[in-house]
Design a binder for this molecule. Structure first.
Ligand code: IPE
Ligand code: IPE
Ligand code: MG
Ligand code: MG
Ligand code: MG
Length: 294
């Protein structure tokens, strides 16, 4: 039976993921300037929560870290693309990310747009080059493409509005969060399950877990924007209200946001019941996300 990493192994998993990402970026034939700017975006110190979810979902269902790694790296690249473009002047106009100048500040706006372009297509090539079981590549690419399209749709609602008329503020908020952040986190879990050759029942349970965790993650991000300092987060805080964003604390208030985090955390835990102790790493990961401070 392959290793089942524990939640405490997250720092070692992060190193493993970063080494694989760096190696892949070095293998692709790219102009030096583009490679350097892409590495700046991808390898900056982040939590690597999505690839860790992928690895833990694969291992829960009997696969190995090597089965999971191509999906994990592909997901983290798409996530990095979403951050680079999210920070651009035309979107959130942010100058600090992961404790460093944003890509457009460091490398210029044209390069930031092009790094995003690269990191939105390279993951599909990576999946095709590296997935151990070639029969799974198609399904993995479809998962990633659908979730990336959902993320982009969520960014459109978040940045430009254009919601269906009939939705209340709370419905708009849930839709935006499900798409802009929930979709990639759900996808991290589903790709992890698929990389292990999951049954339909397992895929359903892991999807329910991923959907709940995805929403928890963005509600916590909204709460931290209000309650945390820029230094602690490594990105500018106190900006969502100023930018007129629809957020959980803004629409429901802080107390109700915290209640919603607890409700969704419970839903995520419930989805793992069939797996007993084997699901402890995913349980602890979800619990840690709910109380994270950066
Ligand atoms: C930030 O994601 C963007 C959101 C979806 C809230 P993370 O909080 O996972 O960012 P990193 O990868 O740790 O920097
Ligand atoms: C992030 O939402 C969503 C994506 C990057 C797709 P935010 O705009 O709230 O993320 P931060 O707060 O800048 O990390
Ligand atoms: Mg944004
Ligand atoms: Mg932003
Ligand atoms: Mg935010």
């Amino acid at each position: 039976m392959p290793t089942l990493h524990r939640y405490e192994d997250a720092p070692a998993l992060r190193e493993h993921i970063d080494a694989a990402l760096a190696q892949y970026l070095d293998e692709v034939n790219l102009p030096r300037s583009l490679r350097d700017a892409a590495a700046y975006a991808v390898l900056a110190p982040g939590k690597r929560m999505r690839p860790i979810l992928t690895i833990m979902a694969t291992e829960l269902l009997g696969g190995s870290i090597d089965d999971a790694l191509p999906s994990a790296c592909a997901l983290e690249m798409v996530h990095a693309f979403s951050l680079v473009h999210d920070d651009l002047p035309a979107l959130d106009n942010d100058e600090l990310r992961r404790g460093r100048p944003t890509v457009h500040v460091q490398h210029g706006e044209a390069m930031a747009i092009l790094v995003g372009d690269l990191l939105n297509t390279l993951p599909f090539r990576l999946l095709s080059d590296r997935t151990p079981d070639a029969a799974r590549v198609g399904a993995l690419c479809v998962e990633l493409s659908e979730a990336t399209c959902d993320m982009i749709a969520g960014q459109v609602y978040d940045t430009l509005g254009g919601f269906p008329q009939s939705l209340t503020d709370e419905e708009r908020l849930r839709l935006t969060h499900r798409l802009k952040t929930g979709a990639l986190i759900r996808c991290a879990c589903r790709m992890g399950a698929r990389a292990a050759g999951a049954s339909a029942d397992d895929l359903e349970s892991i999807t329910a877990y991923g959907e709940a965790v995805g929403l928890v993650f963005q509600i916590v991000d909204d709460v931290l924007d209000v309650t945390q300092t820029t230094e602690a987060m490594g990105k500018r805080t106190q900006k969502d209200e100023q930018a007129d964003k629809l957020t959980y604390p803004g629409v429901l208030g802080l107390e109700a946001s915290r209640r919603e985090i607890r409700r969704l955390t419970q839903l995520a835990e419930d989805a793992l019941t069939p797996y007993g102790d084997r699901a402890d790493p995913l349980r602890e990961l979800c619990a840690s996300m709910a109380v994270r401070t950066h």
